[in-house]
Structure formats: structure tokens, C-alpha cells
Design a protein around this ligand. Structure first.
Ligand code: G6P
Length: 366
């Protein structure tokens, strides 16, 4: 078993460290030789069929759902197609409006999650075309979808998903750029610039991993608390949700992720002296707004860990900077310190990191 973990104490840590490779492998063979366009040979839709898409529905569970939240922002921003997102166990029961011009994107690491599979079948029954983003070749989801993008994360063993999530983000970026190119919603030069930034991500993740010890120390003090908050706006909120889920899954510390601007409408009542708040502030256009929310919690005594872009100064108790990238790509970096926080908090509490209580890697019952 030690050999399988390649010298790491846990599968989760090994998988966190495999992310640079997972990013490279997921991009490999999908970017043209001149670096100017995305080639998704696995997508069978004709340009005409793509132009006929009127709406997109993303359906997934757990961590894959959180990747879908970022995916919604990516697709709406790049392709200007309206995107709805649902957790799979809700989707079928809300009578979603599905037409032949609806594209349903199901996201699933395992490709076997019962609720996600049921949603896929329902979407197909209603005439939608289904695209699956999955990590497992030959999985049920991959066999039943019309089109499949395989994330090349490699096998993920730890129950808490890490490299599968980040590979899903890469897959959404590739697909978003592919749509933007086909629909001509973005200039070719712009697409080339984004692809160049994406190819820098693996090295930038390495730079974060090199500073893991800093996060270990922060996590050890977080582990003494029973409640904490994650806040952010835009894709930072989507990442906040994933960071919060990761922490809950393996450290059993209760946390809530909140859109930073929504705190004052209720949740601010829970902020008291010493409570840890992890604040994500990576989106330039939302910077001032989030900053004022950070001040709101600080004024009430919160102990704030700020996750910022390199070079940005925010007055908080602790600061962790991520390398600079494009706003839409920042989730692929900012989630990494949150994965490490969860890992080290779980370790500090003496939990079974790879096999948290009550949870299963793949849930094949509805
Ligand atoms: C389980 C796992 C989660 C995972 C979710 C969806 O609940 O514990 O980590 O995110 O299923 O799994 P999938 O394989 O569909 O991505």
C-alpha cells in the first residue's frame, strides 16, 4: 500500500500533488500545435448543432457540482449561452425545461453516481443532447452520454476529490473555448492568450505546493475551532463552497461558504470574536466589494485568512498569495491551498483522511 502512495502518507496528499500532471494530461492533445485553438475531436456535434444550442443545464453531485458552478461562469462568459446548474438529486424532480435545443452537461468523476446517471437518462428521454465530463473511460455515464470529455486525472482513491475537481475545471475551460471559437463569441487572439495562460497553470500549482508548510500551520490552528466560514464573490464563491465541503468531509469541522455580499443578510449574526473566516479575493473587478465584506467580519472580531493574488495587499490576519492568472482560471489555483488546509486540519484532528466517516467514494444508490 505504501508503494501505491508513492511515499505520501495518504492518497489525498498524493492526489493533491498530482494536480500539475493532471492539468497537463487533460490539456494534452486538445490544443492545436500553434496554440491558437482547442481541438476536441471527441465531440461529435457539428458546428450547426452547436449553433442551435439555446440553453445549457449542468447536473452533478458533490465536488463535481462545485466544478459545474465554475463551469457555468466559464460557459456564460465565453460562449454567452445561458446556463442553469442543479444538483442531480434535485434536477429530475423540478420538471426542468428540456428541449432538443438543450445541452445537458453531466459532471462525474466516477461516472457511476446514481443520481447523476438518472438525470442523464431523464435529459435524454426529453430529447436533450448530453455531454459527459468524467474521469472514467467506460463508466455508465460515459457510455450513455452522446459526447464525452474524459478528464485525464488518473485514478482517484481518496474519498475527498481533489485532482478530479481541478481536471473538471480544465475540461470546462477547454469546452468553453471550443464553444467560443465555434460561435465566434471571442477573438482568436484572445483564445490564444487564454490557452497560453492555461499552460502555465501546472507550474503555478507547483509554486503553491512548495508553500504547503505555511498552510499546515494555519490548518493546525483552524483545527481547534468547531465552526468557520468561507467567503468570496463570483467564482471565488464557487471555490469557497468547494473549500468548505473539503474541510467538512475530512476534518468534520462545521463550515459554511457564503457569497461575501450576502453575509450581512443573516449569517453575519454568527460572526463572533476569534471565529476563523477564509476570504477569497482573487477577482479584480470584485476586489473593492469583497474587501468591504472582509472589513465587516474583521470589525466583529473574525480571524481572517485572506487568499489573494500575488502582489495584492489586504489587511487580514494571515495572507496566502496565489500566482497571478486570468480571473476565470484562478479557481484552478485558489482551490489548492484550500485542499491543503482541509488535509492538514484532518490530520491535526487525527481523522482517517482517505476514508472519512459516513462517506463513500462513489454513491450508486439514489
Ligand atoms: C460522493 C463522493 C464525492 C463526490 C460525489 C460525486 O459523494 O464522496 O467526493 O464529489 O460522490 O461523485 P462523482 O463520481 O459523480 O463525481
Amino acid at each position: 500500500v505504501t508503494a501505491e502512495k508513492a511515499g505520501f502518507d495518504h492518497f489525498m496528499l498524493k492526489e493533491i500533488y498530482e494536480q500539475p500532471k493532471a492539468y497537463r494530461d487533460t490539456m494534452m492533445g486538445r490544443i492545436s500545435a500553434d496554440g491558437r485553438s482547442v481541438e476536441l475531436k471527441e465531440i461529435g456535434m457539428t458546428p450547426e448543432q452547436i449553433r442551435s444550442i439555446r440553453n445549457i443545464q449542468i447536473v452533478a453531485c458533490g465536488t463535481a457540482y462545485h466544478a459545474g458552478m465554475v463551469g457555468k461562469t466559464i460557459i456564460e462568459s465565453l460562449a454567452r449561452i445561458p446556463v442553469e446548474i442543479d444538483v442531480a438529486s434535485e434536477y429530475r424532480y423540478r420538471s426542468p425545461i428540456i428541449t432538443p435545443e438543450t445541452l445537458v452537461i453531466v459532471v462525474s468523476q466516477s461516472g457511476e453516481t446514481a443520481d447523476t446517471l438518472a438525470a442523464l437518462r431523464e435529459a435524454k428521454r426529453c430529447g436533450a443532447r448530453v455531454l459527459a465530463i468524467t474521469n472514467v473511460v467506460g463508466s455508465s455515464v460515459s457510455r450513455e452520454a452522446n459526447d464525452v470529455i474524459i478528464t485525464q486525472a488518473g485514478p482517484e482513491i481518496a474519498v475527498a476529490s481533489t485532482k478530479a475537481y481541478t481536471s473538471q475545471l480544465i475540461a470546462f475551460m477547454l469546452y468553453g473555448l471550443f464553444l467560443a471559437d465555434t460561435l465566434a463569441t471571442r477573438e482568436k487572439d484572445w483564445i490564444a492568450d487564454v490557452l497560453a495562460s492555461m499552460q502555465k497553470l501546472p507550474d503555478q500549482v507547483e509554486m503553491i505546493l512548495e508553500r504547503a508548510q505555511v498552510l499546515k500551520q494555519v490548518a493546525e490552528s483552524l483545527a481547534k475551532h468547531n465552526n468557520l466560514f468561507f467567503i468570496g464573490r463570483g467564482v471565488d464563491f464557487a471555490v469557497a463552497q468547494e473549500g468548505s465541503l473539503k474541510l467538512k468531509e475530512i476534518s468534520y469541522i462545521h463550515s459554511e461558504a457564503y457569497p461575501a455580499g450576502e453575509l450581512k443578510h443573516g449569517t453575519l449574526a454568527l460572526i463572533e470574536e476569534g471565529i476563523p473566516v477564509v476570504a477569497l479575493i482573487t477577482q479584480e473587478d470584485l476586489y473593492e466589494k469583497t474587501l468591504s465584506n472582509i472589513k465587516e467580519v474583521k470589525a466583529r472580531g473574525a480571524h481572517v485568512l485572506g487568499l489573494v493574488n500575488e502582489g495584492s495587499e489586504v489587511e487580514v490576519d494571515e495572507l496566502f498569495a496565489i500566482p497571478c492568472t486570468l480571473p476565470l482560471l484562478s479557481p484552478a489555483l485558489s482551490v489548492v491551498p484550500l485542499q491543503l488546509l482541509a488535509y492538514y486540519a484532518s490530520l491535526a484532528r487525527g481523522n482517517d483522511v482517505d476514508k472519512p466517516r459516513n462517506l463513500a467514494k462513489s454513491v450508486t444508490v439514489e
